[in-house]
Design a protein around this ligand. Sequence first.
Ligand code: NZQ
Ligand code: ZN
Length: 388
Amino acid sequence: MLGNFTYCNPTKLYFGKDALSGLKDELPKYGDNVLLVYGGGSIKKNGIYDKVVNILKECGKNIFEDGGVMPNPSSVKLNEGIERARAAKADLILAVGGGSVCDYAKAVSVSVNCDEDAWEKYFIKFDDVTCDVVPVGCVLTMVGTGSEMNGGSVITNHEQKLKIGHVFDENVFPKFSILNPEFTMTLPRYQMISGIYDIMSHILEQYFSGEDDNTSDYIMEGLLRSLIHSADIAVKNPNDYEARSNIMWTATWALNTLVDKGKSTDWMVHMLGQAVGAHTDATHGMTLAAVSMPYYRHILPYGEKKFARYALNVWNIDAHGKNNRQIAIEGLDAMERWMKSLGLITNLKDLGADESMIEGIVKSTLVMDGGYKVLDTDEIRSILKASL
Ligand code: NZQ
Ligand code: ZN
């Protein structure tokens, strides 16, 4: 296990078909004013909005609303949300939706009591939180980001063509999250598979770093096997509760700070995907799917042993008579076949990007270290071109 670390995850989870009843246990812990944050209206169509509002009323809360949070929430919307939370004197921000709604709620929560511009402070300067944080609770309706149990918050500034995530400390994690797999059943297929790939990418970007014999890697191999198995079932039958509930639980554990322990972690696929997102506003998981194979094929020679281990332990590649390089390549080929079988988008053109946008996307890409190869600008450009 690499380095020294502390581990603390303060989010309380309520999981299963009756999970929403947990909201009644949580609400009394907070003051009367609740800012109810949600997206573009899916929760009104599928009845989740009514269920949540009924519980809020039952618990005697004053309900203030902030709807219309868009996928990939913008810095402009964030400023609007901060004003609404201030006007409501919110004691609790209740996010009902997917990662976008939950991320947005966290960004509002750290900005309500702060005078500085939120985008500048947290997403450009990466400042720590120095003001009082309004507590956030989450009712999750879309699976993938892990935002329900982490401090991540990703905001897009369309004017600056930047999509940037700030990973906040434990005091910003949701205080509680309600995870009812049935709430995700109304997700369009495109969103479901995009979320599945987001989970896959989160795990891989923590897995593909380091060469030590790390417990976190064994946990991740288990999560990956479960994800692949359940995803195969869910694409055939999206109403399969067992598969959907496994995927939901895997998503949470993929990015709730457990499996990065003792790891340097990579995150370059997310940096490329976020840059694509800043220019196209495409669905998050699909941006990752589009850049992944060219990225992994590019770095394979630098992390050959780990890629071979991945091929053997996750994709069951037959190692007989083959060297590490061959095994590793077969593993990535198997992964690509699986991605296509799910129906994932594996090129940038289908996400609205073209050759003329490549230079801009290169400029918007933040470079991370921690993986097997720190990319230079030419490498980023050639990976993006190979993703077109
Ligand atoms: O807006 P509504 O109408 O609710 O529709 C949403 C949205 O259009 C819809 N949806 C959600 N639940 C539904 C549903 N439709 C029908 N039935 C339901 N039950 O799905 C669409 C996508 O929702 P969104 O919240 O945008 O998806 P996701 O959960 O993938 O979140 C994406 C955002 O999270 C960030 C991404 O960058 C992106 O901005 N991420 C956050 C992370 C974190 N906090 O740690 C890490 C991730 O890597 C990711 O970067
Ligand atoms: Zn992600």
